[in-house]
Every structure is written in C-alpha cells, then in structure tokens.
Design a protein around this ligand. Sequence first.
Ligand code: KE4
Length: 426
Amino acid sequence: MNQNQQLFAAAQKHIPGGVNSPVRAFGSVGGTPRFFKKGLGAYVWDVDDQRYIDYVGSWGPLILGHTHPDVLEAVIAAAKNGMSFGAPTAAEVELADLICEMLPSIEQVRLVSSGTEATMSAIRLARGFTGRDKLVKFEGCYHGHADSLLVKAGSGLLTFSNPSSAGVPASVAADTLVLPYNDVAALEELFAEMGEQIAAIIVEPIAGNMNMVQASPEFVQAMRKLTENHGAVLIYDEVMTGFRVNLQCTQGLHGVKPDLTCLGKVVGGGMPLAAFGGRSDIMAKLAPLGPVYQAGTLSGNPVAVAAGLATLKIIREDDFFNRLSIQTKKLCDGLIQVAKETNTIFVAQSVGGMFGFYFSKNIPQSFVDVMNSDRTRFNAFFHGMLNKGIYLAPSAFEAGFVSAAHSDQDILDTLEAARSVFLEIK
Ligand code: KE4
C-alpha cells in the first residue's frame, strides 16, 4: 500500500469514513482519497510526493492559490497578537466595512465560522423577521448541513444519491418546500397558493453543488418579484459564488439586490470564516438588538479575519477578475476543443473563476439535466486526470475553480492531459 492508502486505512479507525467531510471520501468516483501535505500556488502535493495542479482549491476559498505570501504574512502577524479573544476587535470592523462597501445590498453583516452557520442563521432571521415558517429551496442546491436544508440537497448528498438526510425530523422537513431549479411556472404556482406563508427563498444564484448550473434571467426576475410581492425574504447563498464569479458576486452579474446574502469560502481566504448580511431592517432583528438569537465562540476570529481581509484587498485590485475570467475561460474553451478533436461528447462553461464540465451534449439547465449526464465517463475522466497530476473535484456534482496562481503553462499541461484521457476513456 502507498502512503495515501495506508493513511486512509488508519484514518478510518477513529474518523467516520476516514474523512471530516463526506465528499472528500471519493465516494462517488471510487478509489483512495489523496492526503495532502503541502500546497503552493496552483499546486498541492500528496503524502506520496505526487504533485497535482489543483482545480478544487479547498472547494473554492483559495482564489489566490495556496499559501499566498500576503495572506500568510497577515495570518502570522494576527496570530502573534493572539489566536482568539471572544471579544470585538478592530479588524472585524474593517472587514464588515469592506464587505458592505463591496456589496451594496449588504447594509449590515454578521461574521460566522462556516457557510452552514451563515445560511442557517439567515433562514432563522428571515423566519423571525416575517413571522412565517415556510422556506423555499431548489432541487440540487446545497446550502450546508442545517436540518431544514438537507432536503433534496446537492454536493455530498447527491454524491451519495441520497436526496435527503437521516436524522432530519419530518416536522422540520415539512417546512422546506423544494422546487425544480429554473422552473418559473412552479415558483409562480407555489407563491400563488401559499405566498403569505413563505418566509424566504434561499437559492444558489449560480448553483455549484449539482455541478455548475446558472439561473436563467427569467428565474432570477421571478424570484425577486415574487418575494417582493409576497413579503418574503430573498436569500442569495453566495457562499461559493461570493467574490468568486465577480467582484460584486452573482448579484452584481444579475443586477439584483437580494434581501440577505450568505458568504463563505473566498471571504475567509481559506480560514474558517463566513458571513451573512443584508437589509438593515432585517439585520436589526438579530440579538443583541432584536429577538432572533445567533452566536459563535469563534465568530470574527482575528486570525481568520486577517486571511479574509488580505484576500479581499488583493481581489479588488484592478483587472483581477478580468484576468481570472480569461484564464478560466481558456481552460474551458481548451477542454471543449480537445473533446471535439477526440470526438468526445463534452461541454463546459465558466463564470469568473468558477467552471463546470459535463459529459453531455448541452449545458445543464436543471438538476434533471445534470442527472442525465454521463457520470460513469466523468468518473473515468476524473481518475485519468488524477493519474496525470490534475486534481479535479471528486464528484460529478461539484464545480471547479481556477486561481490567480494558475499559469498559462498549467492550463496547457491540463489540456494535454485531457487530450490523452479523452482518448483513453473512449
Ligand atoms: P460550509 O458549512 O461547508 O462552510 O458551507 C456550506 C455551503 C453553503 N452554501 C454553498 C453554496 C456551499 O457550496 C456550501 C459548501 N460547499 C461544499 C462544496 N460543494 C463544501 C465541501 C464539503 O462539504 O466538504
């Protein structure tokens, strides 16, 4: 057994499934998960000293690549002054101000430690603000693992083709209404029927947990109009897309102001930091001001805040997103071209530094479309690329990410690997 296999066997002694998050277990692609020991720029090394070009980037946070010197320097400096205080710090004020400056829809923001905390808290806040219970989500979207959200979720749950989780009381699931993504008619019908009972819609405005599926303009407008007309809260879950697809996130691309936004991943620069925020009249309902309770020992942790601040300051620099978008599109266009030359049925798309690719003829518009793509071929492609030193997300239900550290040569090397793997898996 090699080091990865030995470690995976040892890990399972005291860690369920040998992993601290299910999708890492390679459950849907099979094989042995890679145990990483080092990351630098666009690369990671596993315990067998195999180097990979990394297109997962810790599932999105590492938009600057691994161990960016400015982020590292900020984290070390903060840590030297104290790991945590459980008390307010000036840096949290600076980060809150910066987030509100970068996202006009956010008038007030609360920092938390994970995307799940952000979405769970935003939903509780929306229910407290409206006095209503019903929550609308969409099939294939994943918003973290809070009970009311594990109903036909995406990501790891899809990976295990287990559309809802054990342990979620029927009474809790009953308040979560699940509709097909991009289905305007279904949304209009639901609001006509029970709009006055609906506290909120929570949506991934570009879904990245059923692979990548973009909301149609009609769907975007319908969500905004229906929530406005019925007094429901529109929550944009931008944990994955926030500061990843555009400096103003997906809401900037959509030209929509959601009532609440959830952020994570990039905003924490690779450290445990997430956030939720939005209209000040809604945020005013939060403790200690209002009756909606939400708290966290490590919320606004100074070391995590330092990583987030350092990251946001760099991505705000001129031309950052233009360069990142061009590099990501270069990868997708190159994969499409190589697939064509090898007669492989394959499509790909990208927005900013996020991409999706599918072994199907058309870009998916819904969860059903994604389920109809060739997942067997995806898995074969995943392993072929892994064996050639290219680390893609170990699931057909995840998006991929390019960082500012991915060079032209890295893209060329990836395309060369893809060319031979497309031929291998024919
Ligand atoms: P966390 O609790 O994992 O920080 O965030 C939950 C979450 C919320 N909303 C969206 C849109 C998300 O994508 C996520 C987490 N994404 C997954 C990857 N698809 C995290 C990886 C994992 O579960 O290990």
